[in-house]
Ligand binder design. Structure first.
Ligand code: ACM
Length: 778
């Protein structure tokens, strides 16, 4: 057995790019990439997730268009088909799988389903020899994963003859639940887009697709008995057109759902639908107001955040939910139905005489117990249909039926408590596995949450908490990453958020814990990116980009710092074209005379990882900062990277702390500055923040209708450096530029605090760019 031959020892895990480069080169040498006669190392095979056991052999199998691709056992057809499909996409070689009634031992590739093999349902054995490749599994899922691994063994290129390294792999997953959640309520994805995500899950050996189908912002699953759920609950007013009556709508018909469930099943993926109760219910209540607690007619929400609207606890509501779950149970053959249970703030239940009367009748002490009773009613509805209940960790807040499974999202505490209480658990903690948190702090990130969850964090997450006993650990079914779509409007955004971080989730879900190693994962990652490109999966390029920071050092010079978010080595040129590996390697900050143009890119295995960055640095650019270059002053409260709905194509994106918008520029060079020019956007404010609202700070008092730009020095309580009234009108993109004369004789570098006065909701000013302008341009 040979595992992870290039694992770096713990004391070099935090090395800098150049050392990693040296290590990678050493790995490749050891791997035999440069010495082809020797067996390749497990690492050079660049499999993700890394299998449990890999043994290299000498030699190779050569695949070409004449290779015989066979399968024995009907259930093995889908594995052979998947291999043929992937091969055609990546290498443009078309092989037609053919059945063989008995396993043969002849030349070619054969997928063998052998129910007598002593293997678990997802296990497989894969042997690549000079004449024959054999994949054996006891059950269809194992054979399918063998097909994925075999495809991953293919070297790149569109040669007619593909040399596959000889190898023997014995593989088994670490966890039975390797999940991805997609929120189709906040933004709707077409059935084709859902299938694209399922395709991508399959090549990561992920096996649970948790589908968040209902929320305040949309009800997306057709329920035949209640057509308003989708006719009314599937549409909402468009955010960029308040009052204009323009709607955005979307739902999945039952026929589409059946097709997606079958598509997933062919890829060994079980679909777990989520019907979120008793909160996140606004769309359902908009469709059928009698379900709500206040009796008010509500629109489907087009706001973000936590809404107060709860289902009521009348018997009619349980009849409704029973009928809904009957149709859901019919559509989804898997064991589990997810009933949400999260973020149900209880204000409406507390204020409702009817709900309180019911609570007293039931002898329940408080609203948490009422929710527990609600969930228990649903569990009975599921059990009678042969289904199991899973819910977010709030379902632990009252007595919970023993058979219920808990999905831990508020960190891992809920999961720990649930496992201790004997419940099965899926670990899906925020923020570590919340893919709507951005993965880098580079300016190229799309809308999302700028508190970053980098690849390293996702990779480091372990679903089995150390504090559990070995018996309690058995309850941890696995892990799941979540794609919430409040900020993610399209497939490109989903793919950016998911990849490559989902590769890290996949490795944690599959690979033995002892074999996980972040540095070797990074060494394998460029090959995974190549696979993404072959399959048309649009991964994020930001982790592979180069970030530049520049600071004036006086006398027309600047200190330039380059970095790559993942620590891959960087090469750069000064006043030259795009860099290659013969360009200077970046090792330390550069002290350069201005003006200067820097081009730089990150590299692995001699290949560029993402499009090179090019930046001109001169006296003017040093005095200008985009919002991404500024810090947020607020220590708490949500920070969002918000898209400008007026000009999504223009790509305007703004980092803003929505409870207390405020930006800080540390070390702003104020010598000789006479005017500050600020470009700001006026964005719609559409948030419900529940109890977080209380943390909203008071706005500075405004003296004009639209509020004023307000810039202080030396902290937000410091003297006012500059101010200017904000205009009544913005341009077609929602932007306005104001010039604020400097009112203090400031010299040297100071920290600027930049705010806008006045509570101008339902719109708010957000900073886009700030420039310091010298009094005398000379
Ligand atoms: C959740 O993020 N509300 C489960």
């Amino acid at each position: 057995m040979m595992r992870s031959a290039c694992r770096t020892s713990p004391h070099v895990t935090s090395f800098h790019g150049w050392l990693r480069s040296a290590t990678l080169t050493a790995c490749l040498l050891l791997a035999g990439v440069l010495l082809p006669e020797r067996p390749a190392s497990a690492q050079s095979l660049a499999l993700i997730p890394m299998p449990a056991h890999v043994t290299q052999e000498k030699g190779r199998y050569t695949l070409d268009a004449t290779t015989r691709l066979q399968y024995s056992g009907q259930a093995s057809a889908s594995a052979a088909d998947e291999f043929a499909r992937l091969l055609a996409r990546s290498h443009a070689i078309s092989l037609q799988p053919t059945p063989s009634s008995i396993p043969t031992s002849g030349a070619g590739i054969e997928f063998v389903l052998d129910p007598t093999a002593k293997l678990g349902p997802e296990d497989y054995r894969l042997t690549v020899g000079p004449l024959r490749i054999e994949v054996v599994a006891a059950q269809a899922p194992g054979l399918f994963y063998g097909a994925i691994t075999l495809w991953q063994l293919l070297p790149p290129g569109r040669d007619d003859h593909i040399a596959i390294p000889a190898v023997h792999i014995e593989d088994t997953p670490r966890f039975p639940w390797r999940g991805l959640m997609l929120d189709s309520a906040r933004h709707f994805q077409s059935p084709e887009q859902v299938k694209q995500l399922l395709d991508a899950m399959a090549v990561h050996k992920l096996n649970v697709f948790h589908w968040h189908l209902t929320d305040d912002q949309g009800w997306r699953i057709q329920i035949l008995r209640y057509p308003n759920l989708t006719q009314v609950g599937g549409c909402r007013e468009k955010v960029d057109m308040p009052g204009a009556g323009s709607q955005e709508c979307g739902f999945y018909t039952q026929a589409q759902i059946r097709e997606i469930v079958a598509y997933a099943a062919a890829r060994q993926i079980t679909v777990v639908p989520e019907i979120d109760v008793p909160g996140h219910a606004t769309a359902a209540i908009a469709a059928y107001p009698q379900l709500g607690t206040t009796g008010q007619r509500l629109p489907v929400s087009n706001e973000r955040g936590i809404h107060a609207n709860l289902f009521n606890v009348d018997e009619g509501t349980f009849e409704f939910l029973d009928q809904v779950l009957a149709e859901v149970a019919e559509l989804f053959p898997g064991d589990y139905i997810h009933i949400g249970g999260d973020e149900a703030i209880k204000d409406q239940w507390r204020a409702s005489t009817r709900v309180q009367q019911r609570r007293h009748e039931l002898g329940l002490a408080d609203e948490a117990q009422l929710q527990a009773w609600f969930i228990t009613r649903l569990e009975a509805m599921l059990v009678k249909r042969g289904k199991r209940l899973i819910g977010w960790d709030e379902i632990l807040e009252g007595a919970l039926p023993a058979s219920a499974t808990v999905m831990s999202w508020r960190g891992t505490d809920g999961g720990i408590a649930a496992a201790r209480a004997g419940h099965d658990v899926v670990m899906s903690p925020s923020p570590d596995l919340y893919l709507d948190y951005l993965q880098t702090d580079t300016p190229g990130e799309p809308a999302g949450r700028p508190k970053t969850v980098p690849l390293r964090t996702v990779y480091a997450f372990d679903p089995v908490p150390a504090e559990l006993t070995s018996e309690q650990r058995q309850h941890v079914l696995g892990l799941q990453a979540n794609l919430w779509t409040g900020d993610i409007a399209d497939l490109a955004g989903l793919e950016h958020a998911a990849f490559p971080r989902l590769a890290a989730v996949a490795e944690t879900g599959w690979t033995p814990q002892a074999d996980k190693d972040y540095d070797t994962f990074l060494a394998r990652l460029p090959t995974q990116l190549r696979r993404y490109r072959e399959l048309g999966i649009g991964y994020a390029s930001t982790p592979f980009s180069v970030v530049l920071t520049a600071a004036a050092t006086g006398e027309g010079r600047a200190r330039i710092t380059l970095s790559n978010p993942l620590g891959y080595p960087i090469h750069y040129n000064i006043n030259g074209g795009p860099p290659d590996t013969s360009s200077p390697a970046y090792r330390a900050p550069l002290d350069l005379a201005l003006p200067v143009t820097i081009t730089a890119a990150a590299f692995a295995d001699g290949k560029v990882l993402a499009a090179p960055m090019s930046r001109l640095i001169d006296a003017t650019t040093l005095l200008r900062h985009e919002d991404e270059q500024l810090e947020q002053c607020a220590e708490d409260g949500p920070v969002l990277r918000m898209a400008n709905p007026r000009s999504p194509e223009a790509g305007g994106l703004f980092n803003v702390a929505i409870l207390a918008p405020c930006w800080r520029w540390s070390d702003a060079p104020l010598d000789g500055i006479g005017t500050i020019r600020v470009r700001a956007a006026r964005l719609p404010y559409r948030f419900r923040l529940g109890s977080e609202e209380e943390r909203r700070r008071r706005f500075l008092p405004a003296t004009t209708a639209q509020g004023e730009l307000d810039i202080r020095i030396d902290g937000c309580d410091g003297p006012r450096l500059a101010t200017a009234a904000m205009p009544a009108h913005v341009d077609a993109e929602g932007l306005a530029t104001v010039l604020a004369p400097v009112r203090l004789p400031a010299r040297g570098a100071h920290t600027l605090c930049i705010r806008f006065s006045g509570d101008t909701r339902p719109q708010m000013w957000v900073l886009d760019q700030i420039s310091l302008q010298p009094t005398d341009p000379e």
